[in-house]
Design a protein around this ligand. Sequence first.
Ligand SMILES: NC(=O)c1ccc[n+]([C@@H]2O[C@H](COP(=O)([O-])OP(=O)(O)OC[C@H]3O[C@@H](n4cnc5c(N)ncnc54)[C@H](OP(=O)(O)O)[C@@H]3O)[C@@H](O)[C@H]2O)c1
Length: 343
Amino acid sequence: MKGLMKNAMKNAMKDATKDTTKEMAMEMAMETMTETTMERTKGTMKDIPVVHAAARTIGGVAVGSVGLGAMPLSVEGRPDEDQAMATIHAALDAGVRLIDTADSYHWHAGEVGHNERLIARALAAYGRGSEEVLVATKGGRGRPGDGSWTVNGDPRHLRRAAEASAARLGVEAIGLYQLHKPDPAVPFADSVGALRDLADAGTIRMAGLSNVDREQIGIAQEILGPYLVSVQNRFSPAHQSTRDTLDLCTELGLAFLPWSPLGGISLSAVDDPGTGAPTPDSPFHALARARGVSPQQVCLAWHLARSPVVVPIPGARRPASIRDSAAAAGLTLSAEEVAGLCL
Ligand SMILES: NC(=O)c1ccc[n+]([C@@H]2O[C@H](COP(=O)([O-])OP(=O)(O)OC[C@H]3O[C@@H](n4cnc5c(N)ncnc54)[C@H](OP(=O)(O)O)[C@@H]3O)[C@@H](O)[C@H]2O)c1
């Protein structure tokens, strides 16, 4: 059964894409998943496929199961430098090997790259092992300092922005560079073309997209070919309108990074949809109590159960949050438990 399922999924992947890099990445993911995620039900001895914390890859790069969304460390309400550094170091100690950032993750005007600089300092201070971390940054958005977010998908801007991000991160080539958001004022293919130029020039190693639909993923695949490795869209138990893009990523072997996987600071299935207050009677809380873990861990395990291409990037301002979130890597949900979450 295990072998059959593994082969069927491998063949499906081969049909979905002829790209060798993606096949290899998916094979690695499947290898880990099938070895660690098939559980036998007592009594029936039936194989239940349970996707859980098996390590994931992005473009063939091993990134563990849960990443760190670094945005809260630099935007409104950010912690002081010591706490921010401690949070990133706690993530690394907990085995996190993916950090998501953007040049626009800052608060005040004139602070472009605040989050990228912070990450570069934290990795340098951490030392050994930090070179294994995939830092995924983004370009194409701006923050004038009044709390708003702007969009700029001009290819010239994106090329300059990526070079500036590489300099701030202290790398010759950015591991993963994502178009933050399509700019309605710029043809999408032109913005994506800038990422292709950056990849060809060696400024970025891999390319990703954010806030895109299925059609845009298809267009970008044609332009970027194997450079395209990931899609980052809003997705959580309470926000599932992008499920079609997750399905497409699974089919194509592209990593899917759900942003605000816990629903941001509120409005997740973990919280009351109206007020954002914790709702101890939600299925997530009930299962968390039964398993002796936090509802956030259950939520992240729910994400991991969606597909082997999902790599959630929960945000954190406190070391305790990311430590707890990273532990979702060890939380295996049975098919019944996933179904019981009713989502
Ligand atoms: N591409 C895009 O357009 C886009 C948009 C938004 C976000 N993002 C990315 O997605 C990442 C995550 O999104 P997000 O930060 O908005 O929201 P989120 O991950 O849904 O929620 C983050 C909040 O949840 C809390 N939290 C996290 N883990 C917890 C745990 N185990 N127990 C208790 N509380 C926990 C954190 O608390 P503390 O702050 O107290 O630690 C933080 O306030 C961002 O950091 C960013 O990298 C991308």
